[in-house]
Design a protein around this ligand. Structure first.
Ligand SMILES: NC(=O)c1ccc[n+]([C@@H]2O[C@H](COP(=O)([O-])OP(=O)(O)OC[C@H]3O[C@@H](n4cnc5c(N)ncnc54)[C@H](O)[C@@H]3O)[C@@H](O)[C@H]2O)c1
Length: 274
């Protein structure tokens, strides 16, 4: 039988229908978790639910916008009702870089929208589940931020600032909750081929072999690539790891501006140079 590091654990995944969250909910179910799958998109949630059930997994679906405090409460209540009143894992996955554009052209409404989408619900979901985790003296929280919280990204200053907030929240909360038996970590993705950033949009009709020049491991990330790291952080395998943000980026952070030349003719940090 497949190793099941989350066997019978209740795991909440926000945005668990598609993209990276879809990979996480499917993998966590295979790892034995009772997955409480929240998604705003009924079709994506239902597809993930059906696949998990067909695979012999356990899932409870809570369709709704995680920016809405009523939905957060519904997710928490569903988690408490799903098993034995425990909440073992929370994955705060929802986030989006849009609306983006040059900072000078953004509005206060844009900033508020990015806050709601990238940071506020992380606070709210975490605040909703930690009383249970503190009471049970165990729990693992995995946040999903972005490599753009480490490096500068033009046209996305506010998104990057709120995700740096996710990283700082991860570290501070890990210190605060360590003695309660709760760990808090994050993954920082890059280059995922998802609904939000499809490979076709990143390529924009260019030669797909260019991906080898852009990403050290030579391909875009698949949802399961990120889910595997989230599983490690969620499970007891990482029992002595807390307060860390793990880049899951195929090497882009390490490359930090270096690109392979076509046909493996060395590297350059001046991509337009001959
Ligand atoms: N795609 C990348 O390369 C990349 C890079 C860095 C960081 N990230 C981060 O990873 C996370 C997931 O990104 P993705 O590319 O998988 O996104 P995605 O848009 O492909 O998928 C997001 C999922 O969340 C759901 N969702 C969206 N808004 C929601 C809401 N308000 N309430 C509930 N569910 C909602 C969507 O329906 C979808 O199922 C985000 O936090 C994103 O910022 C992604």
């Amino acid at each position: 039988m497949e190793h099941q590091p989350l066997r019978d654990q209740v795991a909440v995944v926000t945005g668990g229908g598609g993209g990276i969250g879809g990979g996480i909910s499917r993998l966590f179910a295979r790892a034995g978790a009772i997955v409480v799958l929240n998604d705003i998109d009924t079709e994506l949630a239902e597809t993930a639910r059906a696949e998990i059930v067909a695979d012999g997994g356990h899932v409870i679906m809570v369709v709704g916008d995680i920016r809405d405090r009523v939905v957060v409460a519904a997710v928490r209540d569903a988690a408490l009702a799903a098993g034995t009143g425990r909440i073992d894992v929370l994955v705060n996955n929802v986030g989006d870089y849009r609306p983006n554009g040059r900072f000078v052209a953004t509005t206060e409404d844009d900033w508020a929208a990015l806050y709601a989408m990238n940071l506020e619900h992380v606070f709210r979901c975490t605040h909703a589940v930690i009383p249970t985790m503190i009471e049970q003296r165990s729990g693992s929280i995995v946040n999903v931020s972005t490599v753009e919280a480490f490096r500068g990204i033009p046209g996305n200053a506010v998104y990057s600032a709120f995700n740096a907030g996710v990283n700082a929240f991860t570290k501070s909360l890990a210190v605060e909750l360590g003695r309660d038996g709760i760990r808090v970590n994050a993954i920082a993705p890059d280059m995922a081929d998802t609904l939000q950033t499809p490979a076709s949009a990143m390529l924009r009709g260019r030669d797909p072999s260019l991906v080898e020049c852009w990403i050290p491991v030579g391909r875009f990330g698949r949802p399961d690539d990120y889910a595997q790291v989230a599983l490690f952080l969620a499970s007891d395998q990482s029992r002595y790891v807390t307060g860390h943000v793990v880049p899951v980026d195929g090497g882009t952070t390490a490359a930090s501006g270096w690109y392979g030349r076509p046909e493996r003719k060395g590297w350059t940090n001046l991509p337009d140079s001959p």
